[in-house]
Design a protein around this ligand. Structure first.
Ligand SMILES: NC(=O)c1ccc[n+]([C@@H]2O[C@H](COP(=O)([O-])OP(=O)(O)OC[C@H]3O[C@@H](n4cnc5c(N)ncnc54)[C@H](O)[C@@H]3O)[C@@H](O)[C@H]2O)c1
Length: 668
């Protein structure tokens, strides 16, 4: 027996109406030959019952030529899609229904970046490639029983297969390519052919929880950047500190809010008016200016009055920074969060073009667009260089900005002035801050969703998580405690009732077991646990998550692969492995999970092994790379855990080693 669109639609549905004002994806680069266009069409028609082909062929061709991809708009359900309370979904398993909640949340008009094109965030991060896949996935989730696993390849549901009651219910991959073709061009082709999906991190793994997911990480990054680079005391906040960056999109939209929570002032440049409006309505931005002078004046006033404030500058980040250079404005912390992982696909708006002009040029002249992007990146880099000389601390915030500047032709940005193998002259935030302060200890972006949709469940879980934190253990625990204590007041929820809370391995396990007990006792409804792929062990990405791995293994993707395999073998409900993450195809392998808490002892058992493995595999690899705090954490784990043993490195004395090598060479 197999599932087809005929099981879902008796007749070809009417073409849907598109609601005005909902953001639409720009045209994607279409690099197919005529024969390949035919192949792309044939591929899409595999989902379509034969009697509908004639009507859909011209429609799909229009989509391909107009939008660069076949999305199958015809099958987009009418009206708003959103993550409803789990009881409103039908299915044979709790997991099946839970994943439907998560998928629909990822496509909510209020959550997703380009909901009609199934893009959740990060310019190109899609739930799946087209609406035909969306329906088939949901139908499989509905009929799946607890001895079956749904297998999804780049959004395509390959099928339901017999497995075991403690097997994952969903295993999915996105954009994993054979090495020879594992580059932006190879991916563009495969994606236009309809065989590759860009899952970003949580978009294609169904675990996106709106910009809240990144507010905590951005808050921790900014706070610790202030402590490490500006000498701010661990017990103080960022009062009086000015942070400048760009992007108020899916993830970048968290920057203003995070800085307000950290107590400081920020100016965030954004070219797209609609995204500024979203953040203003949400209350995550306080005020907007369309000229740099007023924006900096407002920031200065806020700083002098000791207030925290999120200011949006409606315009290009390069113009804002050039103004700061020309007028010698002192910026303390500086970053960028334009979508540089997809720099030539519309992710980065070049200086000199408005947002609408950028969309138009993408459609009409891709080569000219590319050359404008390159020039803009070069100007951007020069402004950063000048500001850095004036004491600004610039860090790459995981969007592949430094790599994009290098690809635009700036070799000076490389540490070795030749190539990117030794990294860049400016640090990635993981290299300097998040890696040593958080990931090496195992602290990462643990999260949960209250599937009942009830605010009261979220409040109860917040309180239970807060009670699980040992406030006096480390300063990181104090930061996390403060975060969860204020989470409700900070009004972070967009979409489903979700919460993010950075925790280490044992912290996550403690909270997970407590939540499962609460579900068992019917204090709360079922809960979905998950995490961002951007974590201690989830992602191999030399320009980001693993940029503080210095033993040469930063070019390897063994860790992320093992974490995914290990989580699957231990029975996590959903396991995902993707190519590209937040930095772009070929630059990262990243994985994540979803774990549905139903209150059972089966779930307790899965949690007790999988939650620890998921984090400690990452800590172990970081320890083996000789990272100091990871070694401490791994040694402590070996002393306190009876069931696992981590291999600990012997660390050689650098000075002695150099001397011995010198002697050896001298003797030859
Ligand atoms: N560090 C992390 O943890 C992390 C997490 C998620 C995403 N990312 C990366 O950050 C980037 C942004 O993610 P997102 O989800 O916000 O993407 P997004 O595409 O939704 O938002 C980027 C925003 O930048 C704006 N923009 C583009 N060029 C500009 C310019 N020159 N000046 C001013 N504004 C400009 C766009 O209009 C857009 O609103 C991506 O590359 C993503 O992969 C990093």
């Amino acid at each position: 027996m197999s599932v087809t669109l005929k099981d879902i639609f008796n007749t070809l549905p009417k073409y849907p109406k598109f609601i005005e004002g909902i953001r639409r994806a720009p045209k994607r680069d279409l690099i197919l030959t005529e024969d390949e266009v035919e192949l792309a069409l044939k591929n899409a028609l595999r989902y379509i019952p034969s009697e509908w082909h004639d009507e859909l062929i011209p429609e799909f061709l229009d989509e391909l030529y107009e939008k660069g991809r076949i999305y199958g708009y015809r099958f987009r359900p009418t009206g708003r899609i959103y993550g409803k309370p789990i009881d409103e979904y039908q299915g044979k398993t709790l997991e099946g229904k839970a994943f439907m909640v998560m998928i629909d949340n990822n496509l909510d008009f209020n959550v997703a970046l380009y909901p009609y094109e199934l893009v959740t965030y990060g310019e190109t991060g899609q739930v799946c490639q087209n609406w035909m896949q969306y329906h088939l996935i949901k139908r499989y989730l509905k009929i799946m029983n607890d001895h079956q696993t749904l297998v999804i390849l780049s959004g395509h549901p390959l099928g339901l297969y017999k497995s075991h009651h403690i097997s994952p219910r969903v295993i999915l991959t996105n954009g994993l390519m054979v090495g020879l073709y594992d580059n932006a061009q190879g991916f563009q082709r495969a994606s236009a052919l309809g065989v590759a999906n860009y899952g970003q991190m949580t978009a294609g793994g169904f675990m996106y929880i709106g910009p809240q997911g990144i507010v905590h990480g951005t808050y921790s990054t900014l706070l610790n950047a202030g402590r490490i680079k500006l000498g701010i005391d661990k017990d103080k906040d960022l009062k009086g500190v000015l942070f400048v960056s760009s992007g108020l999109g899916g993830m970048s939209g968290a920057q203003g809010k995070a800085m307000v929570i950290a107590g400081g002032v920020s100016i965030i440049a954004e070219v797209d008016d609609s995204r500024i409006k979203t953040r203003l309505t949400q209350g995550w931005i306080d005020v907007v200016y369309d000229n740099p002078k007023d924006a900096f004046k407002e920031a200065k006033n806020a700083i002098l009055s000791g207030l925290s404030k999120a200011i949006a500058y409606h315009g290009n980040i390069v113009d804002l920074l050039e103004y700061a250079v020309d007028h010698q404005v002192k910026i303390d912390l500086l970053s960028d969060q334009t979508s540089c992982h997809a720099v030539y696909e519309g992710g980065y708006c070049p200086q000199g073009l408005t947002f609408d002009q950028r969309t138009q040029l993408l459609k009409t002249n891709h080569e000219e667009f590319k050359s404008k992007v390159n020039q803009s990146l070069i100007n951007h880099y020069h402004a950063i260089q000048k500001l850095s000389l004036n004491g600004t601390y610039f860090f790459d915030y995981g969007n592949s900005f430094l790599k994009a500047v290098y690809d635009a032709g700036v070799k000076d940005i490389c540490k070795n002035r030749q190539n990117d193998l030794d990294g860049f002259i400016f640090p990635s935030y993981v290299e300097d801050i998040m890696g040593p302060v958080l990931f090496d200890y195992g602290y990462g972006p643990f999260r949960w969703v209250c599937l009942s949709g009830k605010e009261s469940d979220l409040e109860k879980t917040d309180a239970a998580a807060m009670a699980s934190i040992d406030y006096n253990r480390r300063f990181q625990d104090r930061d996390n405690y403060e975060w969860i204590k204020n989470a409700k007041r900070n009004a972070l929820v967009v979409g489903t009732k979700a919460r993010i809370l950075y925790q280490d391995a044992k912290g996550r396990l403690k909270i997970a077991l407590k939540f499962n007990e609460m579900v068992r006792n019917k204090e709360v409804g079922p809960i979905m646990l998950g995490r961002d792929h951007h974590d201690t062990g989830g992602t191999d990405s030399p320009f980001r998550e693993t940029s503080n791995i210095k033993d040469g293994s930063n070019v390897m993707a063994d860790m992320a692969t093992h974490v995914a395999l290990g989580n699957a073998s231990r029975g996590m409900s959903l396991v995902a492995l993707h190519n590209g993450g937040g930095v772009g195809i070929g630059k990262a392998i990243n994985g994540g999970y979803g774990m549905v808490l139903d209150g059972s002892s089966r779930v307790d058992e899965i949690l007790s092994s999988a939650m620890l493995f998921d984090v400690m595999a990452g800590v172990s690899r970081r320890a083996w790379a000789r990272n100091e705090h990871a070694i401490e954490t791994a040694v402590l784990y070996n002393e306190t855990d009876d069931h696992s043993m981590i291999t600990i490195p012997f660390v050689s004395d650098e000075k002695h080693l150099k001397l011995k090598i010198k002697t050896y060479r001298g003797g030859k």
